[in-house]
Design a protein around this ligand. Structure first.
Ligand code: ATP
Length: 354
């Protein structure tokens, strides 16, 4: 087996707290194993622009506690073209980069597949606050974002209580309502409005009116960003009109992305960073690191992207027919588990919040 002498590491797509912890783990473990590490700046754009610098142990000091990403990130459209991939491959060969750990979301993984196919083996680490990578139970940044959301909604709830109002809060999550669901439980929201599960607003309004009669002053409704840009404001108007309870709208927006990562995200990022390096130096490639139970397991990157499509209902019947039945069964099981968990969380919200 050919031993890898030098790898690259990059962060791409939306930033997420904990990306730095992953970069640190990748760098430190690779160096420990005698593999040199090149930091690629601005995501795939850094491979096009040759924005690359060698990383030593101390270059990743004191970043485990920092939000954002020290390697920065960018959306790079040129990388979607064959000419962009060629430039990236040329840059890697000039720097002697034999494999890359790519930290980001599903778009980043699609880029990693293209780069692997062009001759530079890649391994993906899921870093995105939305938790919208179906193959892993948790993505890096999700826990921190949720804790930030809880802190902010607790504050909104104080003022809602003082003024006897309802507040509709929009939280992040374009394709997945995970942030909305879990934070709804944590802040005692009346309901979570997400794309994946329809909301029975007649029931919600009845619940609110009844609770108001019994003395409840504040109401929080959490809506996921994926419901649409104007959805939260429209929903606020509808709730106020139908319940007679004064209702305000608040969008938490990008504040959810920043801040120091939680312990959970630091540990997850460190475990995934180490596992990625172990696998890359063993000659594995085209994998995504996934959390299942307490373990980090590797999943083929194509399979991970297919599970995402299944989850989002975007897998065509033709594509489905081409998957071997045993593999399809496993993929459907992963998706069914996630969907069942969301339904369960939704059930809890509906039954224990007034
Ligand atoms: P997030 O979920 O936080 O938005 P992401 O990784 O999905 O993260 P994207 O902007 O979709 O974010 O992708 C990041 C980068 O990956 C893109 O700017 C582009 O350079 C590359 N990329 C995305 N899709 C593809 C694709 N289909 N083929 C090649 N490269 C891609």
């Amino acid at each position: 087996m050919k031993t890898i002498k030098r790898i690259g590491v990059l962060t791409s797509g939306g930033d997420a707290p904990g990306m730095n912890a992953a970069v640190r783990a990748v760098t430190r473990l690779a160096l420990y194993k005698g593999v040199e590490v090149m930091g690629i700046y601005n995501g795939y754009q850094g491979l096009i622009d040759d924005n690359i610098k060698e990383l030593h142990e101390r270059d990743v000091s004191f970043i485990i506690n920092r939000g954002g990403t020290m390697l920065y990130t960018a959306r790079c459209d040129e990388f979607r073209e064959a000419s962009g991939i060629k430039k990236a491959v040329d840059t890697c060969s000039r720097h002697g980069i034999e494999g890359i750990v790519t930290i980001g979301g599903d778009g980043t993984f699609r880029g990693a597949v293209d780069l692997t196919d062009a001759g530079v083996p890649c391994i993906g680490i899921p870093g995105t606050i939305d938790n919208d990578i179906a193959s892993t139970e948790m993505t890096i940044g999700f826990d921190t974002a949720m804790n930030t959301v809880v802190e902010l909604i607790d504050k909104l709830r104080d003022t809602s209580e003082s003024h006897a109002r309802c507040t509709v809060v929009e939280v992040m999550g374009r394709d997945a309502g995970d942030i909305a669901l879990q934070t709804s439980i944590a802040v005692g929201a009346v309901t979570a409005v997400i794309k994946e599960i329809p909301t029975d607003f007649d029931h919600v309004i009845d619940k609110m009116v009844e609770a108001r009669k019994n003395g409840k002053r504040n109401f929080i409704i959490v809506a996921a960003e994926g419901m649409g840009h104007d959805y939260g404001e429209e929903l606020s108007k509808m709730i106020e009109k139908r319940s007679g309870i004064e209702t305000r709208f608040a969008r938490l927006a990008h504040i959810q992305r920043g801040g120091s990562p939680t312990l959970r995200d630091r540990v997850l990022a460190t475990q995934m960073g180490c596992a990625a390096v172990e696998n890359l130096v063993e000659g594995q490639m085209k994998q995504v690191m996934c959390l299942r139970g307490n373990n980090i397991v590797a999943m083929d990157i194509y399979d991970a992207l297919t599970v995402d499509k299944l989850m989002k209902g975007k897998l065509s019947p033709d594509e489905e027919d081409r998957i071997p039945p045993n593999k399809l069964y496993e993929m459907k099981r992963i998706v069914a588990d996630k969907q069942a968990y969301k339904k369960y969380l939704n059930y809890i919200i509906d039954h224990i919040t007034l």
